[in-house]
Design a protein. Structure first.
Length: 429
């Protein structure tokens, strides 16, 4: 393991209550790394550690560079064995040429990762904002495989003049093993796994696996997937854009070996095991106690799933978000949505709630959720962690009560948009 030399990367995290400008969808979904030198006061400053490369497991990023993680140790002896493992987001690459383009970015290569980043939300050191976790060991697992840490292809893949590696599941394993051997995770007592966007999906898909790697000393392990409940649904025009994209990711990156065997067994007889890469299917088989934090009116889903268009085969474009006829203005600025468009987005939100309610996991003891109505993506990774409320209970308080067994099975559900005032039913947004 080696600590990375300083390579600053200064950009903003997605924490706005309005939708970001949708460029390539992996950019729209990304939870960007924020370098400590780009801000003033910081609450947590995590340093980058790259895994040794080459390594016996062949764990590498898309472009073959070394993967890694950001780490800051606990700030008190009382919590020296308590951990937050946070998985970064950043969308997916949907076919080989798309992955080749991604391999030249920080979402496919570690070459230009910053030497440190600032933690927010559940990685905040501000104990007034993050009272339960503020003194824990913090880990931010950087994302560079394009498939929510699910791929496992032995042979490199040639695309034009580039060589790609689909090894995300090996990366996840290697990172956890390094934390066990080098950072003190081997004596952990309490471990929370979380993540945003594609990292939220990673949490749904792989929390049970990560839990199986943890030592016997762990007394409490839980999963808090954030903004990762991406629906398997057609577009507003009835086109299966996102289902087709993700089903190809499932096969291209050979993800079957890393996903829930129970899920794939249940769906395999109908040839639909690829659906197990979706949160709504993986969640049904999740054994780890969980607390979902998600918007029912998720801005990325509205643009990049519900109103997207397919891109040509062998394209380097990472999806075509918000391109459905007549929808661009609404999904990029919800205050411009017509009453009819707001009603349509409300139907999408109701579909999400209905899907959650249909899962036995959602109602199982020890599982909870905070499903808000703010038009946003990854809102919890920022100041909204201690601001957004449902029924007078703040998001961070709801999570704290679940984690501390005060109210371990509470499910907070969203208000419904007024068609004449989209995004206005919850003033704390």
């Amino acid at each position: 393991l080696r600590k990375q030399a300083s390579v600053p990367l200064c950009t903003s995290a997605l924490s706005s209550t309005t939708a970001p400008v949708m460029k390539p969808s992996f950019v729209a979904a990304a939870l960007f790394l924020v370098c400590a030198s780009c801000v003033g006061a910081v609450s947590a400053n995590l340093d980058l550690f790259l895994l040794n490369s080459p390594n016996p497991a062949g764990a590498v990023c898309l472009d073959g560079t070394a993967p890694g993680y950001y780490f800051e140790p606990a700030t008190s002896d009382a919590h020296k064995n308590d951990w937050v493992l946070f998985v970064a987001g950043g969308g997916w690459c949907y076919e080989e040429w798309d992955c080749a383009a991604r391999a030249n970015t920080t979402l496919g290569s570690s070459t230009n990762w910053g030497s440190s980043l600032v933690g927010n939300g559940p990685l905040s050191r501000d104990c007034s904002l993050n009272p339960t976790f503020c003194e824990y060991n913090f880990v931010y697992i950087a994302y560079c495989d394009g498939a929510s840490f699910s791929g496992n292809v032995d042979a490199p893949v040639s695309v034009g003049s580039q060589t790609l590696y689909f090894r995300g599941h090996r990366v996840l394993t290697a990172v956890v093993n390094d934390l066990l051997s080098s950072r003190g995770l081997s004596t952990a007592a309490r471990v929370l796994m979380s993540g945003c966007s594609a990292g939220g999906l990673t949490t749904f898909l792989h929390a049970d696996y990560v839990g199986s790697l943890l030592p016997p000393s762990v007394q409490q392990f839980g999963a808090m997937p954030g903004s990762g409940y991406f629906l398997l649904t057609d577009t507003v025009e009835g086109k299966p854009v996102y289902p087709n994209e993700m089903s190809y990711v499932y096969s291209m990156q050979n993800t079957s070996g890393s996903l829930s065997s129970e899920c794939q067994s249940a769906l395999g007889h109908t040839g639909e095991s690829w659906k197990c890469i979706f949160a709504q299917y993986a969640y049904k088989y999740l054994k780890t106690p969980s607390f979902i934090v998600n918007s029912a009116y998720d801005s990325w889903q509205a643009s990049c799933i519900f109103t997207s268009e397919p891109v040509p085969q062998n394209s380097t474009a990472n999806g075509s978000c918000g391109s459905a006829s007549g929808w661009s203005s609404c999904v990029h600025n919800v205050t411009s949505c017509s009453a009819s468009e707001a009603d349509t987005l409300t139907k999408y939100s109701k579909d999400m709630i209905s899907d959650l309610n249909s899962s036995g996991t959602f109602h199982a003891w020890g599982n909870g959720a905070f499903i808000h109505s703010c038009y946003s993506h990854c809102l919890f990774y920022g100041s909204a962690w201690g601001r957004v409320e449902i029924a007078g209970v703040k998001m961070n308080t709801a999570v704290d009560q679940w984690w501390n067994n005060v109210d371990s099975s509470k499910r907070y559900l969203p208000c419904e948009w007024d068609p004449d005032q989209p995004n206005g039913c919850n003033p704390t947004c």
